[in-house]
Design a protein around this ligand. Structure first.
Ligand code: HEC
Length: 154
């Protein structure tokens, strides 16, 4: 009677292994909104959620660069709290609590206007290249961050 039992337990083991292997695939197949709805709306954290986006997609042009005497693009620094909150040539770019009124959020969705002049979509595309926005989830994180007060710890 020993044989069938060991057979059964080895079968169970295979079922377990299969389940472990399939579970992540099933999760990945779930539509994104469904998964997002499981989580409570979380507070956006500047250091872990926002800074990496700015550093990856924006610092290249929006921080001082000794090789560029003209200074940061659009007069806007995004690597420094005081300078970033002060804004650029068009004035304040981050309106804490109001992403929809913030130039920094508007430009992520494509070309826009600041007062009477045009501002390109950001990250600014190379000459003659089409605008390619950063991933939607990242745009949403920046929106949430500004809407939650644009907290920028020192
Ligand atoms: C390849 C260079 C480049 C990158 C990368 C880039 N920008 Fe810009 N940005 C510019 C230039 C140049 C301007 C000047 C205005 C224009 O060209 O429309 C500007 C202007 C701006 C302005 C308007 C400043 C003002 O006061 O007029 C905002 C806001 C802005 N950028 C946000 C961003 C954000 C956010 C990112 C990252 C997601 C980013 N930019 C990435 C080049 C860049």
């Amino acid at each position: 009677m020993a044989a069938p039992q060991s057979n059964k337990s080895s079968k169970n083991r295979w079922i377990k292994i299969a389940a472990i292997a399939i579970a992540p695939a099933l999760c990945a197949a779930l539509p994104l909104p469904l998964r997002a709805a499981d989580k409570p709306a979380k507070a956006v954290d500047f250091a872990t959620d926002i800074k990496p986006i700015l550093s990856q997609a924006c610092y290249k042009c929006h921080q001082p660069n000794p090789r560029n005497p003209r200074g940061p693009a659009g007069g806007l620094r995004l690597d420094d709290k005081t300078a970033a909150l002060k804004g650029g040539k068009s004035g304040v770019a981050i309106v804490p609590g109001k992403a929809e009124d913030s130039l920094l959020y508007k430009v992520l969705n494509g070309p826009t206007k600041a007062g009477d002049h045009d501002v390109s979509g950001m990250p600014k595309p190379m000459k003659n290249q089409p605008f390619k926005p950063i991933p939607k989830e990242k745009i949403e994180l920046i929106k949430a961050w500004i809407d939650q007060g644009a907290k920028w710890p020192d």
